[in-house]
Design a binder for this molecule. Structure first.
Ligand code: GLU
Length: 419
């Protein structure tokens, strides 16, 4: 039976977003059609020995969406609801993401259909190595470079780098990013997604002349991006984070939530819920709270036709990929909300991933301050370019970001003579 969640197709949404930009850009029909589809994709079937001695078969994907501007780049997600269309959408968004921050990379994405919470560390390692044994043939510093995404970690990147090293016969650390520091990782990669989003928020607040100190915020999702946005939002601006949530539910305290005790509670219990000194709320309630800043940092389709009318946040800081549907975009725009669109807002992660590749390639590593400064330059420039485009064309920020990014990819496609 089709649940509403299943009826939502992220790739159809990504194509619709592109179509809108293509019409405004009066894109050549062949270039437009080329950009509507992945250039290549690999579907793999992975036998994995489980701890109980049985063998379980998993399914995985790697999509190389477009490499006109440089090697494909994008994370690998482990999720039980993963589909090829989710991976295609995420790969398309990576293509626009690397273009909007103007780093010389294309877009790709990978995924394995699995519930990592039910796998032991040993099973997780064997699954990750099995994925690389199949997908490794299309990876490499010059070809396609994965990274972490939802439910994948630096440890998983380390196993993957190691498996790839055995396939090649030598270390090629730059074939994957988000690695631990001891294995060619970059300083500043851990919180780069959240930091990049905070830089965008700083610039947006400057444009709209809004004071961030003490401003109220709610964060949906408490993985790498959401939890570190909690930390950095307090550290950098003194935001008052009144609510956070994860896949099991949310917590609300109008007086504000400190980062350390909430993170410690989640580390101990596996969830933010039942945090002492806060009231449990649902994810739906969190999204509709009366806050200045709303940070969707979980999955696709969080803000859609059903709840967009009830959203009260003025700044929507999209650390997730694809959290807002086109219907919701229209509603938010009419309300006057300032959306910092996903592939701009969360581009800090891939930007520092690119720095990691550069450091791996010349085997010389930068201080954290250097990473922070260069990230700030990239994010600030991208933010200002998108903001200026939105003003100039009188369109909402997501469409403006598409105009900037699609133009850049289309130019590379044309120069190569592909269309
Ligand atoms: N998975 C992250 C994203 O969606 C990071 C990708 C990367 O570093 O390549 O942007």
């Amino acid at each position: 039976m089709d649940t509403p969640q299943k009826a939502f197709n992220p790739f159809a949404m990504a194509q619709r977003q592109l179509d809108e930009a293509a019409a405004l850009l009066q894109l050549d029909p062949a270039v437009h059609e080329l950009l509507r589809w992945p250039l290549r994709e690999l579907h793999v079937t992975l036998p994995v020995k489980m701890d109980d001695g049985s063998t379980k078969i998993f399914h995985g994907y790697r999509v190389q969406y477009n490499d006109a501007r440089g090697p494909n780049k994008g994370g690998i997600r482990y999720h039980s609801a993963e589909t090829i269309d989710t991976v295609r959408a995420l790969a398309a968004w990576m293509t626009w993401k690397t273009a909007v921050v103007d780093i010389p990379l294309g877009g790709g994405k990978g995924g394995i259909v699995c519930d990592p919470k039910t796998l032991s560390p040993g099973e997780l390692e064997r699954l990750s190595r099995a994925y690389i044994r199949q997908v490794g043939r299309m990876l490499g510093l010059e070809k396609d470079v994965p990274a972490p995404d939802v439910y994948t970690t630096p440890q998983i990147m380390a196993w993957m780098a190691d498996e790839y090293a055995f396939m090649q016969g030598y270390n090629e650390f730059g074939m994957i990013t988000g690695k631990p520091l001891a294995l060619g990782g970059s300083a500043g990669r851990g919180d780069a997604t959240a930091r990049g989003g905070m830089i965008c928020l700083r610039e947006a607040a400057r444009e709209l002349q809004v004071e961030l100190k003490g401003a109220t915020a709610a964060i949906q999702g408490y993985g790498n991006a959401g939890s570190l946005a909690h930390k950095l939002g307090r550290e950098l601006f003194g935001l008052k984070i009144v609510a956070v949530s994860d896949s099991r539910g949310g917590i609300h305290n109008p007086e504000g939530l400190d980062y350390e005790p909430v993170a410690a509670h989640k580390a101990r219990t596996g969830s933010v819920i039942d945090f002492p000194g806060a009231r449990n709320i649902t994810n739906e309630e969190l999204l509709e709270l009366d806050v200045l800043i709303l940070v969707p940092a979980a999955l696709e389709n969080a803000i859609n036709a059903d709840n967009a009318g009830q959203i009260r946040g003025k700044f929507i800081v999209e650390l997730a990929n694809g959290p807002t549907t086109p219907e919701a975009d229209r509603v938010l725009h009419e309300k006057g909300a300032y959306v910092i669109p996903d592939f701009l807002c969360n581009a800090g992660g891939v930007t520092v991933s690119y720095f990691e590749m550069v450091q791996n390639a010349y085997n010389y590593y930068w201080e954290e301050e250097v990473v922070h400064t260069r990230l700030d330059q990239k994010m600030t420039t991208a933010f200002r370019t998108v903001h200026a485009m939105a003003q100039q064309k009188k369109v909402h920020n997501r469409l403006a970001a598409y105009l900037v990014a699609v133009n850049r990819v289309a130019e590379a496609v044309r120069l190569r003579g592909w269309a």
